[in-house]
Ligand binder design. Structure first.
Ligand code: ATP
Ligand code: ZN
Ligand code: ZN
Length: 799
């Protein structure tokens, strides 16, 4: 009897061991490894992944059978199943959450699956399934064996396609096309008999004669053929109308074709070295360390071109959506339709369409954010991670994977090089390159040998004394004025990390706090609301103080909205654009702002960290940072690294073309090494300094780290459990392991839960992995009593 091993999706009883299910004759030959199936589990029906098929004749127990296939084609191939297993072990998470993470978001949600017929001939032979409709919703349980088999073979032949949609109808997925209903000879005869003035009909017949492929009605419109002409032709029996599947195109703007640039010697060297590795099929990791504006992107484009020439595919990962519009534009202008894109602001359907184009081999280059590292690309020739230091590459929820590690795993699987690019590599990466684990390639010069911008540091302690409106220092004001006169562009960045504008009563000092979290509420002027950024709690902005009733409520701190207002007030003729979470919420808003600014429809771009990285505006010659230090005070050993990186990256936006750049950094800590070294944008010097600090403090990259977080609604309970975990660790780990905590998190209470954490620092701990796996399994039990335990291997966040 054939048996399917299934990993079921049951959050309350997670386990890495598959359950066995029987396969009825009805479903024999249909169920495949990598498909999702519906199975009985207790009294419920749940979804699971088939991870193995065995033909176990000796099994004597009574097995429950699989109810129905959820997919008609496997959604995970052999590589990705293997990857899921590795990831579960590496991130101390459950296999099911890894499997769910690897398939595209759309399949995971409550999206409905639709089948669309792309060739009307299919309808006749399969009337029992489609009943004359071009599109039906797929409900597995309603189909019998012959129907399931026919559908999966039609999908394989490309005659039927699968779609996901959240709504009840996926009709936006089809469009009307026309097809000739008569032979070419017949059509020519009709054409000859047409009266002279029937020009539109003549053009339509001409079009129909061109081939057997369906012609989109929109395409016909391009030939000045209207809907009424088509209707008439249909009545006369010249053509038939059909519905064809329509791929949603996530690229909103058209692109012009670009040609490879002539490389400078440093770029040429990098390209040659990496290409040699692609050609050999060598699994090797490169660090491409290139100062801001050194032309790393052109290096990526040319190595991707080489991979394609070798008949291979390529993956380019970029941090969150910030960079995507510009970099995607560049990639598409070079590789056109072969490019697929994957990012979080695409709709469920768009992501699924792109995923399918990748899976079918139609798309050979993938550009995307973190989750794109899981796309089913085959025969990968090179994997590139741009801005490899970026913290968005680490997923902050289960499974807490580091994209870099997944990329390296896939590089090993496909025997291809992995390229990590950055102007400010993470210390971990730079240290590995130093030891020769990675090969380091350096681009030390900007394109056209433009110097890195001049950076001036303004001590805000002095400025505050100077005047009342001192968000903007005198130096910065003068510089803005000068650039405006010269019609050059300006970027003003507000460092918002852990920083918000809150409300304070000037009478009694009261600050409105979130009732669920241990944090003050943030004031959103446009909504007239106070909001908690951790749990979403909102309340209207009060008129009077909750505590003393005074009306003297004052907004403290600076938001980007307030900064925009200040700039508008001080420079009334300047055109100002703002980019932050509030202005980019709508789909496409991001791209629009970047486009407007790059077309010089604005003089000043005001924004948060979002505008710090990767953008390339040749006319920007001034960058101002309003508050460099808000991140420096954080009790996190990476705060210096993050501050240095942010300042160097944002400084790098100035003077990227022929005009020299100028940068002004306002700070309360003008003597801090992260700020001083950002002034010279000297990464290597920062690396050496910071490595000493890390060594002294026993921090990465000298030590490995694991963070264990416990939470519960009852504080006593979470403290007791934390000490129990500590005890367990102390007994199991060697005396060389450093265990810190338990300590409350910096924001101790979030959404009515108390959070405590334990940090383990170690160099070699042979028993760590088994100890943590045990803890993971215990966590399952404890979750029933309201305690949640999370394990974060190499956390990015220590607060
Ligand atoms: N060989 C070349 N010849 C002429 N122009 C080039 C060449 N290489 C790159 N450029 C141009 O130089 C500019 C900067 O390049 P790019 O944006 O790739 O820099 P980068 O190294 O990625 O910088 P950052 O790390 O700051 O994002 C771009 O406008 C790019 O088109
Ligand atoms: Zn008060
Ligand atoms: Zn809250």
């Amino acid at each position: 009897m054939p048996i399917a091993q299934v990993i079921v999706d049951v959050p309350t009883s997670q386990t890495n061991t598959p359950y066995s299910y029987g396969i009825s004759d009805q479903l024999l030959d249909i169920i495949q490894v990598g498909m999702r199936v519906l199975v009985p589990f207790g009294r419920r029906q749940v979804v699971g992944f088939v991870v193995k098929l065995t033909d176990n004749q000796t099994f004597s127990g009574k097995l429950k059978n699989i109810i129905a296939p959820v997919d008609l084609q496997p959604v995970l191939n052999k590589e990705l199943l293997q990857l899921a297993r590795w990831m579960a072990a590496d991130t101390y998470s459950f296999l099911i959450s890894c499997l769910q993470t690897i398939i595209p978001g759309g399949m995971r949600t409550k999206a409905k699956k639709f089948l669309t017929v792309t060739d009307e001939a299919v309808l006749g032979d399969n009337a029992d399934i489609f009943q004359g409709h071009a599109q039906i919703e797929y409900v597995a349980k309603e189909l019998d064996k012959s129907q399931l088999k026919r559908i999966s073979s039609l999908i394989q032949q490309g005659l039927v396609s699968e779609h996901y949609s959240l709504s009840n109808h996926a009709h936006q997925l089809t469009q009307t096309a026309i097809k000739a209903a008569k032979s070419e000879v017949e059509l020519t005869k009709i054409q000859d008999e047409l009266p002279n003035n029937a020009k539109a009909q003549w053009r339509l017949l001409e079009l129909l004669k061109q081939g057997t492929e369906p012609i989109l009605q929109t395409e016909a419109a391009n030939h000045k053929i209207t809907g009424s002409t088509i209707k008439l032709a249909e009545q006369k029996g010249w053509l038939t109308k059909i519905q064809v599947a329509k791929n949603r195109n996530p690229f909103t703007s058209a692109v012009t074709k670009s040609q490879p640039l002539t490389l400078n010697p440093e770029q040429a060297n990098a390209v040659q070295t990496i290409n040699a590795s692609i050609d050999r099929g060598a699994n090797q990791t490169f660090l491409l360390e290139g100062v801001t504006g050194s032309g790393k992107t052109e290096v990526y484009l040319q190595i991707i071109a080489n991979a394609l020439q070798q008949g291979k595919t390529a993956m380019l990962l970029v941090p969150e959506i910030t960079l995507t519009p510009q970099i995607v534009g560049r990639i598409r202008s070079r590789f056109g339709e072969q490019v697929a894109m994957m990012h979080s602001s695409m709709s469920v359907g768009e992501r699924f369409d792109e995923w399918r184009r990748i899976e079918s081999g139609a798309a050979k280059v993938v550009v995307g954010v973190r989750s794109a590292v899981f796309v089913p690309l085959d025969n990968i020739g090179v994997i590139i991670m741009d801005e490899e230091h970026d913290s968005s590459y680490k997923q902050e929820e289960n499974p807490r994977y580091q994209t870099r590690d997944v990329a390296k795993w896939r590089g090993a699987y496909h025997k291809c090089p992995v390229v990590l690019g950055s102007a400010t590599p993470s210390l971990e990466t730079r240290a590995r390159a130093g030891k020769g684990v990675y090969q380091r390639l350096v681009l030390a010069h900007r394109i056209n040998d433009q110097a890195l911008p001049e950076v001036e540091i303004v001590d805000m302690k002095q400025e505050i004394a100077g005047g009342p409106d001192s968000d903007l220092s005198a130096s910065l004001l003068t510089a803005i004025e000068m650039k405006l006169k010269r019609h050059e562009q300006i970027i003003l960045m507000l460092n918002r990390r852990g920083y918000s504008s809150f409300v304070l009563c000037r009478n009694c000092g009261f600050v409105p706090k979130c009732p669920n979290c241990d944090i003050s509420l943030t004031y959103h002027k446009d909504l007239g609301q106070l909001k908690c950024h951790y749990c979403g709690f909102t309340r209207p902005m009060p008129r009077k103080c909750d505590q003393c009733g005074s009306t003297k409520l004052r907004q403290l701190g600076m938001g980007s909205q307030k900064l925009e207002e200040t700039v508008n007030r001080l420079f009334p003729t300047a055109r100002v654009l703002r980019m932050d979470v509030d202005t980019t919420r709508k789909k496409g808003a991001h791209e629009r702002i970047i486009k407007q600014f790059s077309e010089q429809q604005a003089d000043i771009l005001v924004g948060t960290q979002m505008i710090a990285k990767g953008l390339d505006f040749p006319n920007v010659t001034l960058v101002g940072v309003l508050n460099a230090d808000t991140g420096l005070e954080f009790p996190d050993f990476r705060s210096s690294e993050r501050t240095f990186e942010l300042l160097t990256q944002v400084a790098g936006r100035a003077g990227r073309a022929d005009k020299a750049g100028q940068v002004i950094i306002q700070t309360f800590n003008p003597d801090h090494y992260a700020i001083l070294l950002a002034q010279t944008q000297n990464y290597e010097e920062f690396y050496r300094t910071e490595m000493k600090v890390r060594h002294a403090g026993k921090y990465p990259p000298y030590y490995f780290t694991v963070k264990i977080t416990l939470s519960a609604e009852n504080e006593k309970q979470v403290v007791a459990q934390s000490f129990a975990v500590l005890n367990q660790l102390q007994q199991r780990l060697s005396p060389n392991a450093v265990i810190l905590g338990p300590t409350p998190k910096v924001i101790k209470r979030i959404n009515r839960r108390y959070y405590y954490q334990i940090i383990i620092k170690y160099r070699q701990e042979p028993t760590l992995s088994t100890t943590l796996t045990e803890l993971l399994n215990q966590a399952q039990q404890k979750s029933k009593s309201g305690i949640q335990i999370g394990i974060d291997n190499e956390p990015m966040d220590f607060m």
